[in-house]
Design a protein. Structure first.
Ligand code: FES
Length: 503
């Protein structure tokens, strides 16, 4: 029985051309930092408007969160509309819904315009529960749909062959292949005067005089406008994003089932949560994508178990035997559940940020690109500033902020007192552990060739203790979600510096 590759289906079936690394000083009109859906869509829209755009990506295009998503292009966003109405009122909830619906239209139109195939198809989206205690929430969400005029239905069952006590359906939603979408826009950008660099990590921004993005390995980009689309903003002290973002890591497995896929995209509100959608593999056969098992990054012991839990669920519910792919991603959530899109602070007029897509980065990333393009091009918000990062985060926000700060303080203390695990000699190939050297914790990973990689496990962002993730073979930080390779190189921010090597 195959458990499949440790890779994302989207990455495996896309083919971006390589781009060179930037290490010199350059000038441009617009600098977009981040080669995921928010960054590439921003670069595409701004190139279409005639701006001279330079996009820099720390890794490879599409290899951040966008390559590891479920790629549901939906306005459903789990349960949110009842909550948005009660916190912000119907007007804001309606703008949020319409913004997401416009992203569906946008992808459909872009597919036609660029004469590409994004494997786009319309599907209804379902949020369901099999727990008595969640039924009321589903009913309240349906009442919110009715208030907002959202087409759908309240149901006692779902088309999937699993038990569900109540569900709410949203009609006219969509799913697609996110990297085919990015690939086509990348081709357009480079064919129309835009420049792209990969393996080029931004480290900080110098705002004295002109706005200059300083690069980690030397070189810089000076620009009239800078768009930070790095998922967690790398320039996070400005705007205090390190305190205003909550985070979650979740997992996806894909494989085939002997059952016929009934159509639709699904997500449960139960614990653990489950998400299901379908896609077509290279041979046109139906892949079942099963997601869930969300948890705070850097927390928990055996991360590999999250994949096996999903596979076991696929086996028991859908008779899946063979699995093809396994992947995971990290998501950030704002204090009040709305995205942070716009000027990084009220006073900063030419640095923009796009983050906190709350696991709905396909619609969130495109909404961000449209909003930032409008702010740069006309100075006007398309969405009446509901996503303005400088907004007041509200009472709910303050509670989450306090919870985040407590979490970080606890980690700063408890992480340093952590007990060591095994001695170096006891480590098996592919295994990692921590040892103490003169009172300092050192992370040691023994790779499959037996080579030892030793790092100082102090996160280079704000000093929390990173923890080993055996599913991804990375060091993950529980405080703000930075991730590092086993050998210490930073993969995901807010950290921009590698872990220090240790003896
Ligand atoms: Fe902030 Fe590690 S301390 S990500």
């Amino acid at each position: 029985m195959s458990t499949g590759k440790h890779e994302s289906y989207w990455i495996e079936t896309s083919d971006f051309p390589p781009f060179e690394k930037l290490q010199t000083d350059i000038n441009t009109e617009l600098c977009v930092v981040g080669g995921g859906i928010a960054g590439i869509t921003s670069a595409y829209l701004l190139t279409k408007k005639g701006y001279k755009v330079t996009l820099i990506e720390a890794l490879k295009l599409g290899h951040g969160t966008t390559g590891y998503t479920t790629a549901k292009l939906s306005a459903q966003h789990k349960l949110i509309y009842d909550q948005l109405i009660s916190i912000f009122g119907e007007k804001t909830a309606k703008i949020h819904y319409q913004a997401a619906m416009e992203t569906i239209e946008f992808v459909q139109e872009t597919e036609k315009e660029l004469q590409a195939d994004f494997q786009f198809n319309m599907e209804p989206a379902y949020v369901f529960t099999d727990e008595e205690k969640q039924i009321r929430q589903i009913e309240k969400e349906w009442s919110a749909y009715k208030k907002l005029g959202i087409p759908g239905a309240l149901l006692d069952d779902i088309p999937l062959p699993i038990s569900a006590k109540k569900a709410v359906r949203m009609d006219q939603q969509a799913q697609f292949h996110p990297l085919l979408f990015l690939q086509a826009m990348t081709t357009y950008i480079t064919a129309n005067g835009g420049t792209i660099y990969e393996d080029t990590r931004a480290e900080t921004i110098n705002e004295v005089g002109k706005t200059t993005v300083k690069l980690k390995d030397g070189g810089s980009v000076t620009a009239d406008h800078v768009v930070i689309a790095t998922h967690f903003p790398f320039y996070d002290f400005k705007g205090a994003y390190f305190a205003r973002l909550d985070m979650a890591r979740s997992y996806i497995v894909s494989g085939k089932s002997p059952l016929a896929y009934p159509g639709g995209m699904y997500i449960s509100v139960d614990s653990p949560s489950r998400s299901v959608r379908s896609a077509k593999d290279k041979n046109g056969e139906t892949l079942w994508l099963i997601g869930g098992e969300g948890h705070r990054p850097g927390k928990g012991k055996q991360m590999k178990e999250h994949y096996s839990n999903l596979r076991n669920w696929g086996r028991s519910e859908f008779d899946m035997e063979e699995f093809d792919y396994n992947w995971s991603s990290e998501d950030f959530i704002s204090l009040d559940s709305l995205f942070y899109i716009g000027r990084i602070t009220e006073q900063t007029k030419n640095i923009y940020v796009a983050t906190a897509f709350r696991k709905w980065g396909m619609s969130g990333g495109i909404t961000a690109a449209k909003e930032i393009t409008s702010l740069i091009d006309t100075g006007e918000s398309l969405y009446q500033d509901i996503y303005d990062p400088a907004r007041n985060d509200g009472t709910k926000g303050i509670r989450t902020l306090a919870k985040n700060l407590v979490e970080v303080s606890k980690e700063l203390v408890s992480g340093k007192l952590e007990k060591t695990t095994k001695s170096i000699d006891e480590l098996e190939p592919g295994e990692a552990g921590k040892i103490r050297n003169k009172g300092k914790l050192i992370g040691v990973y023994k790779d499959n060739d037996g080579t030892l990689h030793k790092v100082d496990t102090t996160c280079t962002h704000m000093g929390c203790e990173v923890h080993w993730n055996d599913a991804e073979t990375t060091w993950d930080c529980p405080c703000h979600g930075s991730r590092f390779r086993a050998s210490g190189e930073v993969i995901e921010g807010p950290a921009v510096k590698d872990l220090k090597k240790a003896d």
